[in-house]
Design a protein around this ligand. Structure first.
Ligand code: NDP
Length: 530
C-alpha cells in the first residue's frame, strides 16, 4: 500500500500574503459577466449505475478471488466515500495471470488470423461506445476528473484507440514494408491513475492487435473502470486469458515486472518507479550475460522488451507575436486540464518579456472563471485531486515555491468541505533554481517564467531532466519550425495544446522515458520485426 505522506498545510497567512496582490478588483475584470455567468447545478445522474460492493481479479476470462484474500477500498476523491472494495493480488495471483496469458497466447491468440483478432477489437470498441456514458460516470466518481472531460475526451479516445488498432490487426504486414512482424508473447502492462481507461486502451489495443496477450495492472486508486472493461471483454467474448487484470499496489506491479515468463513490460507512471523497473530489467539481462559470458537474445532468455512513459515538466512558450487570447486559453487548457494530473501538462509557462504584464493580468482574470467542485456537475472545470497523498504532494511543492520566494495566485473560490481539492493556481517570480521550476507537481499549478529571445526560450525549456512535451505560441510559421527543431521533447504542439489522436505517436526523451505509444510506432512496440 502507498505510504502516507506527512500532511503539509499551506500556511494560510502566507497564502493570503502571496495572493492579495493577485486579486483583480471586480470592476477591472474583463471576464466578469455578472449573473450571466451563473449556471444552475447540472449533476450527471449516477444512480442508474450500480457499483458492486467488491471486485475480484480477472484471470482466465473469469472473476476470481485473490489468493491473499485481501481487499482494499476504492475512494471517491470528491466525497471521501468508499465506492467499492478492490482485490489485492499477490505474487501467486500474478503467476496465475501470466500462466493464463501464456496459455491463451500459445493456444489461441497468436494463431488467430489478424482479421479475426480485429473483429474482437471492433466489438470491444463498439461496446465501449454503447456504454460510454456509464464508463464516464464511473471514471469521474473513481478518479475525481470532471464529467465534461471523461465524457468528451477520455471515452471518445478510448473507443478511438480500439477502432484504430482493430483496423491494423489484419494489415500488419503492410505496416512495416520489407519486414515480417510477429507478436512478442505475454505483455505485462502497468498503468497510472490519471487516465485509467484511456491508459488501459493505449496499452491493450495495440498489444492485442499484434497478437500478444496481456496482464494489466491498473493503479491502486483507480481500478474500477478497468474491472468494468473486464466485463466488456467478457461481453465481447474475447477468448479466455487473452487479457487478465490484476489489481493491487506497487508490490503487485513489482511481481509482474519480475515474472520470468513476461516478454514485454509497458509502464506509464512516475520517473522514480520507471527507473526501478528499468534497473530490474537491466539486472536480468546482466545476469544472463554473465552466466555464459555472452549476450543472449531477448527471445532466448525472456528478457522482456521495455517501454517507459514517465513524467514531464513541459514548457509552454508564449511569444510576443502570438494571438494572446487564444494562447491564454491554450495555457489554461495546458495546465488545468484533468486537474493538472497530466504527464504532458504545460506546467512551465515561458512568456516573452514584452507581453509579461499583459499575460499575467489576463491569466489572473481567466482563472477566476474556472469552476471548481463536484466533478459530476457538467459545469465543473476543475474536479477533485485523485488522492490525499497526491494533494499533500501538491501542497508541499507549492509551499516550497512560496518559501523560495515565488508569488502565488489562486482563484478565490470556496472549496467543498469534504474531498481532496486544490484551487487552480499559478506561481510568478519563479527562477530555475526553484523546485517548482523543475519538479513535476502533477496538480493545477503553473510556474511562470520569462525569456527574451527564441534561443533563450529553447535553452531554458530544454534545461531540465524531462523531455515529454512542449508548446509554442506564435504568429510566425518559421519560428514554429525553428523551435520545434530545437525543443528536445517527444511531442510539440504549436498554437494548440493537449491534442491527442490514436494515429499520432506519443512518448518522451531523457527521464520522460523511451518508446512510443499510438500510431504505427505504437504497433512496433508490440512486434518482433524480422
Ligand atoms: P507510480 O509510478 O507510483 O505508479 C504508476 C503505476 O505503477 C501504478 O499502477 C502503481 O501501482 C505501479 N507501481 C508502483 N510502484 C511500483 C513498482 N515498484 N513496480 C511496479 N509497479 C509499480 O505513480 P503514482 O501513481 O504513485 O504517482 C506518483 C507521481 O508519479 C505523480 O505525482 C506524478 O508525478 C507521476 N505520475 C506520472 C504519470 C505519467 O503519466 N507520466 C502518471 C501518474 C503519476 P499503485 O497505484 O498501486 O501504487
Amino acid at each position: 500500500m502507498k505510504t502516507k505522506l506527512k500532511p503539509v498545510k499551506l500556511s494560510a497567512k502566507r497564502v493570503v500574503a502571496a495572493t492579495n496582490h493577485a486579486i483583480v478588483p471586480l470592476r477591472e475584470r474583463k471576464l466578469n459577466f455578472g449573473d450571466k455567468w451563473n449556471y444552475s447545478p447540472a449533476p450527471e445522474d449516477s444512480k442508474n449505475y450500480v457499483i458492486a460492493p467488491r471486485h475480484e481479479l480477472f484471470i482466465g476470462g473469469k472473476f476470481v478471488k485473490p489468493h491473499s484474500q485481501k481487499y482494499f477500498p476504492s475512494i471517491n476523491p470528491a466525497t471521501e466515500e468508499k465506492l467499492t472494495e478492490i482485490s489485492l493480488a499477490d505474487a501467486t495471483d500474478v503467476d496465475k495471470a501470466v500462466k493464463s496469458a501464456r496459455r491463451a497466447y500459445d493456444k489461441v491468440w497468436s494463431k488467430m488470423p489478424g482479421r479475426e483478432r480485429g473483429k474482437y477489437l471492433y466489438r470491444i470498441a463498439r461496446i465501449i461506445q454503447e456504454k460510454a456514458r456509464e464508463l464516464a460516470v464511473l471514471e469521474t466518481m473513481d478518479g475525481g476528473k470532471t464529467i465534461k472531460e471523461s465524457r468528451d475526451v477520455d471515452l471518445p479516445l478510448v473507443a478511438a484507440h480500439f477502432f484504430y488498432y482493430a483496423g491494423w490487426a489484419d494489415k500488419l504486414k503492410y505496416a512495416f514494408p520489407g519486414k515480417t512482424p510477429s507478436p512478442l508473447g505475454v505483455a505485462g502492462q502497468i498503468i497510472p491513475w490519471n487516465f485509467p481507461l484511456l491508459m488501459a486502451a493505449w496499452k491493450t489495443a495495440p498489444a492485442l492487435a499484434c497478437g500478444n496477450t496481456v496482464v494489466l495492472k491498473p493503479a491502486e486508486t483507480t481500478s474500477l473502470t478497468a474491472m468494468r472493461l473486464a466485463q466488456i471483454f467478457q461481453e465481447a467474448e474475447l477468448p479466455e486469458g487473452v487479457v487478465n487484470i490484476i489489481t493491487g499496489a506497487g508490490e503487485t506491479g513489482t511481481a509482474l515486472v519480475n515474472h520470468p515468463d513476461v516478454n514485454k513490460i509497458a509502464f506509464t507512471g512516475s520517473t522514480e518507479v520507471g527507473k526501478a523497473i528499468a534497473l530490474a530489467v537491466a539486472n536480468r539481462s546482466r545476469a544472463c550475460e554473465s552466466a555464459d559470458n555472452r549476450v543472449l537474445t531477448n527471445a532466448a532468455t525472456k528478457i522482456p522488451r521495455l517501454t517507459l512513459e514517465l513524467g514531464g515538466k513541459a514548457a509552454n512558450i508564449l511569444f510576443e507575436d502570438a494571438p494572446i487570447d487564444q494562447a491564454i486559453e491554450g495555457v489554461i487548457n495546458g495546465i488545468y486540464f484533468n486537474q493538472g494530473h497530466v504527464c504532458c501538462a504545460g506546467s512551465r509557462l515561458f512568456v516573452q518579456e514584452g507581453i509579461y504584464s499583459k499575460v499575467i493580468k489576463k491569466l489572473r482574470d481567466r482563472i477566476q472563471t474556472l469552476r471548481v467542485g463536484n466533478p459530476l456537475d457538467k459545469n465543473t472545470d476543475i474536479g477533485a485531486i485523485n488522492s490525499r497523498p497526491q494533494l499533500e504532494k501538491i501542497r508541499e511543492l507549492v509551499q516550497s515555491g512560496v518559501d523560495e520566494g515565488a508569488e502565488l495566485t489562486q482563484t478565490q473560490c470556496t472549496l467543498p468541505a469534504r474531498g481532496y481539492w486544490f484551487a487552480p493556481s499559478f506561481l510568478t517570480g519563479v527562477t530555475h533554481a526553484h523546485r517548482v521550476a523543475s519538479e513535476e507537481i502533477f496538480g493545477p499549478v503553473l510556474s511562470v517564467m520569462t525569456f527574451r529571445t527564441p534561443e533563450e526560450a529553447f535553452e531554458r525549456a530544454n534545461n531540465i531532466p524531462y523531455g515529454l512535451s512542449a508548446g509554442v505560441w506564435t504568429d510566425k510559421g518559421s519560428k514554429i519550425f525553428k523551435m520545434v527543431n530545437k525543443l528536445r521533447a517527444g511531442v510539440v504542439w504549436a498554437n494548440t495544446y493537449n491534442k491527442f489522436d490514436p494515429t499520432s505517436p506519443f512518448g518522451g526523451y531523457k527521464e520522460s522515458g523511451f518508446g512510443r505509444e499510438g500510431g504505427l510506432h505504437g504497433l512496433a512496440a508490440y512486434c518482433r520485426l524480422e
